[in-house]
Design a binder for this molecule. Structure first.
Ligand SMILES: O=C(CO)[C@@H](O)[C@H](O)COP(=O)(O)O
Ligand SMILES: [Fe+2]
Length: 223
């Protein structure tokens, strides 16, 4: 799956920018509050408008403090997947339950320096694990390959049937890095600058998907 990140899109033309990546699996929406990360992007009103403007399922990545207060409204609004940061809450389980009760998939994200081991036990409460492969806050940064060990560890648990989870990666994904992530067992690839910086964003999505599918060890169907 490929999820273009609208962080690299033109915010004054979001409906057109969503249409430019028609055929994507998810549209990734980076919500930043200038507290959890040193950047400010968009919030619920923009997500509500985007939901009316596109049929692509919205994958909301909340880089915010107090996700227990702010995450469920994204699910109620109709986001497909709502991801919170492990570092932003002491009670990720109850936030996941609230997101699911409000009708969305629940995601857990970990920053590059956050180990996954302490969270393995609670991953059954989540539908997606978003492995950050850059420090959250900005698009256009370089991929950090060390984080792939986390994707590999969780992939093993999914393949052995211990977990049912989509493994997602976010940050620095492009034609040079997507294969390494796919080989590590990632299912869903977020790409901002590699898609919206391309002359033809839809073609960039198709190319990334084909590259990933060609090397994904766990894929049995050609995409
Ligand atoms: O969450 C984030 C950044 O914090 C990402 O979703 C970026 O938007 C990815 O951008 P690229 O690294 O693909 O340019
Ligand atoms: Fe993101």
């Amino acid at each position: 799956m490929i999820a273009p990140s609208i962080l690299s899109a033109d915010f004054a033309r979001l409906a057109d920018e969503a249409a430019a990546v028609a055929g994507s699996d998810w549209l990734h929406v980076d919500v930043m509050d200038a507290h959890f990360v040193p950047n400010l992007t968009l919030g619920l009103p923009v997500v509500e408008s985007l939901l009316k403007a596109t049929d692509i399922p919205l994958d909301c990545h909340l880089m915010i403090e107090n996700p227990g207060r702010w995450a469920p409204p994204y699910a109620e609004a109709g986001a497909y997947n709502v991801t919170i940061h492990a570092e932003a809450t002491d009670d990720p389980i109850s936030v996941a339950r609230d997101i699911r009760a409000a009708g969305a998939k629940a995601g857990l994200s970990v920053k590059p320096g956050t180990p996954i081991e302490p969270y393995l036990e609670i991953l059954k409460e989540f539908d997606t694990l978003l492995v950050m492969s850059v420090e959250p806050g900005f698009g256009g940064q370089s991929f950090i390959p060390d984080v792939l060990s986390k994707a590999r560890a969780v992939r093993k648990l999914v393949d052995s049937g211990e977990l049912t989870l989509i493994v997602e990666i976010d940050g620095g994904i492009n034609t040079d890095t997507v294969e390494a992530a796919a080989e590590a067992g990632v299912d869903c690839f977020v790409a901002g600058s590699a898609v919206y910086g391309a002359a033809d964003p839809a073609e960039a999505v198709r190319k990334l998907r084909a590259q990933a599918a060609a090397v994904s060890p766990h894929l049995t169907l050609a995409v």
